[in-house]
Design a protein around this ligand. Structure first.
Ligand code: 5GP
Ligand code: ZN
Length: 114
């Protein structure tokens, strides 16, 4: 997709604090962190949201979840607990329409979320 912020970050056309990368995913720190660890994991390919990604059915959703867990291990929050969030649709708080998993950790996380 030509005019997508996260496509451009995935292609390294726009800088980001990249912390993890595989052949099909990139993870970078959120510009407005909500926890000591707040990393966004994206597929390099463009899918608007988690629903579209799931429908692709080519193992990419699996790659995204594995990358999220790798980030949690790397940032040392896997043992204390972390949250993987896929806001899907404007009503759920999605503002960037290139699917991204938020990896949040490093502080107590309340439930239910707002
Ligand atoms: P959403 O609200 O769509 O679930 O999450 C979008 C996230 O992207 C927000 O947490 C926001 O802070 C983050 N974000 C928006 N623009 C940028 C950017 O240019 N760089 C980085 N690193 N994060 C961004
Ligand atoms: Zn995109």
């Amino acid at each position: 997709m030509t005019d997508c912020l996260f496509c451009k970050i995935g292609a390294k056309e726009i800088p980001a604090d990249i912390v993890h990368e595989t052949d099909r995913t990139v993870a970078f720190r959120d510009i407005n962190p909500q926890a000591p660890t707040h990393v966004l994991v994206i597929p390099k390919a463009h899918y608007a949201n988690a629903f579209e990604l799931a429908q692709a059915d080519d193992g990419l959703a699996d790659d995204l979840l594995k990358a999220a867990h790798a980030v949690a291990l790397q940032d040392d929050v896997a043992e204390t607990g972390y949250r993987v969030v896929l806001n899907t649709g404007p009503g759920a708080g999605q503002t960037v329409f290139h699917v991204h998993a938020h990896v949040l950790g490093g502080r107590p996380l309340l439930w239910p979320p707002g």
